[in-house]
Ligand binder design. Structure first.
Ligand SMILES: Cc1cc2nc3c(=O)[nH]c(=O)nc-3n(C[C@H](O)[C@H](O)[C@H](O)COP(=O)(O)OP(=O)(O)OC[C@H]3O[C@@H](n4cnc5c(N)ncnc54)[C@H](O)[C@@H]3O)c2cc1C
Length: 419
């Protein structure tokens, strides 16, 4: 870096801001990274249950498909810096990675802190000027271009600003939605934020009774007003307030949207999605013959987890102490129905503070997808979750933050150099 190097302020030392800072510094800019927390990358450190699902090995088209929140906006960012580019970079820094089920890529060490520390080391190497515990309050714009930032310590003049303050979930990591207000002040539209990838709240008492129980290979279906429908097959669990787990998180984006539109949402769990009602009925009959000397509560152990039996019998209206030999055909069919169609009344989502990602944010219509530059304020770039982008689980959200952060930094340096 020389003394005439252009000055770039990066606001937020999270996933997007860290890579943006390193990229801009590597390209010769003088980078000032402002982070409101005492440490950078706090959210990165808790990703993937502490293991950091860095990205996915899938082709880029899958990344777009797995990003219900404005996936197509990311084409250019992925063209410039995709999952393979990210992994090459991390490998060149000495990080070993591995690919797991569903193409999910993790550090070999299973330790998100290793990734965080790697980024912190690189900040030193690239001589990024770190301003920890110094939240940015405002972005200064003069003559339609970003010219500086204001913190509690005063004003800091720069040539370009990259806004990477993240979403509004897990506020203890520093993501408290500050960037939305800063962008709004400059005339940007911020689409209503809501939780995505979030556990769901159900009114059924049995969810609480079954809390901690995980169901595998089930289908969860959700619908609003009979017309909007979605379903996922896989694993879910019961919680003290409702349901969670991979398939619940996958469906939660749609449910969160429907709820924000004031729609009532119903769910059903199919405990035996591979079996039609007729085949399941024959299977139940076989089990009832096998356990014909027992009561109903003792006759279903081969069909479902032990803890579910009372709930299913109650849903079917069958007393647990009813002798198997006294079960009527209508009751047996009700039992099959309860297993194929376990009802859930979804009354809400958990709060946004508990969401894995925030849906909504700065409208991507006002950001150039080829550069990440604001279409309203020149030399203001935006990247990561502060934008109205959100993806499913699987490493897609981190890749989106890395790719947009990288593109924002490259574009900022290139644009400043060309002046
Ligand atoms: C529990 C959990 C697990 C997750 N696991 C995964 C996973 O395994 N894989 C995956 O792909 N995604 C995962 N995600 C999502 C992923 O972490 C986010 O999408 C990603 O961190 C977004 O990056 P970002 O840089 O936009 O925001 P962040 O990483 O949230 O960074 C924003 C930064 O800006 C700082 N900041 C905010 N306001 C200011 C201000 N005024 N001034 C200065 N600094 C400010 C914050 O302190 C923070 O450091 C997970 C999320 C959570 C909550």
């Amino acid at each position: 870096m020389n003394s005439t190097a252009k000055r770039i302020a990066v606001i937020g030392g999270g996933v997007a801001g860290l890579l943006a800072s390193l990229t801009a510094a590597h390209e010769g800019a003088k980078v000032l990274l402002f982070e409101k927390m005492p440490k950078v990358g706090l959210k990165m450190g808790i990703t993937g249950k502490g293991r950091c699902n860095l990205t996915n090995s899938a082709p880029i088209m899958d990344f777009i498909a797995k990003t219900p929140g404005n996936g197509k906006f990311l084409y250019s960012a992925y063209e410039k810096f995709d999952n393979e580019d990210l992994l090459s970079l991390l490998h060149s820094w000495g990080l070993a990675t591995k690919v797991e089920r569903g193409g999910r890529v993790f550090p070999q060490s299973d330790d998100a802190q290793e990734v965080r520390h790697l980024f912190m080391d690189r900040l030193k190497k690239e001589k990024v000027e770190l301003h920890l515990e110094e939240p940015v309050r405002h972005i200064i714009a003069a003559d339609g271009r970003a010219a500086g930032v204001v913190t509690d310590k005063g004003r800091c003049d720069v040539d370009a600003v990259i806004l990477t303050t993240g979403g509004a979930s897990y506020p203890r990591t520093g993501s408290t939605g500050d960037g939305y207000a800063m962008a709004r002040e400059l005339g940007h539209k911020v689409n209503t934020i809501r939780p995505a990838l979030i556990p769901l709240v159900c009114s059924e008492v049995y969810c609480r009774e079954l809390q901690g129980l995980t169901l595998k290979n089930v289908t969860l279906s959700v619908e609003a007003g009979g017309r909007r429908k979605a379903e996922e097959f896989g694993e879910m669990s019961f919680t003290p307030f409702g349901i969670s787990g991979p398939i619940v998180l996958s469906l939660s984006d749609k449910v969160s949207l429907w709820i924000s539109q004031g729609r009532g949402v119903k769910g059903t769990i199919d405990l035996k999605p591979a079996l039609t009602r007729e085949v399941l009925d024959r299977r139940v009959l076989r089990d009832l013959e096998k356990y014909h000397l027992k009561q109903m509560a003792g006759a279903l152990t081969d069909l479902m987890p032990h803890r579910m039996i009372d709930t299913i019998l109650e849903l079917a209206g069958i007393p647990g102490d009813l002798p198997v030999s006294e079960l009527k055909k209508g009751q047996r069919l009700a039992l099959v129905e309860a297993m194929k169609n376990m009802p859930l009344t979804i009354v809400g989502t958990r709060p946004i503070s508990e969401a894995i990602v925030t849906a909504g944010g700065v409208s991507v219509k006002e950001v150039n997808p080829s550069t990440m530059e604001s279409k309203i304020i020149r030399h203001l770039y935006l990247a990561g979750e502060v934008l109205d982008i959100h993806a499913y689980t699987g490493g897609y959200n981190l890749q989106a933050a890395f790719s947009t952060g990288h593109l924002a930094a490259l574009s900022a340096v290139k644009e400043l150099e060309s002046e």
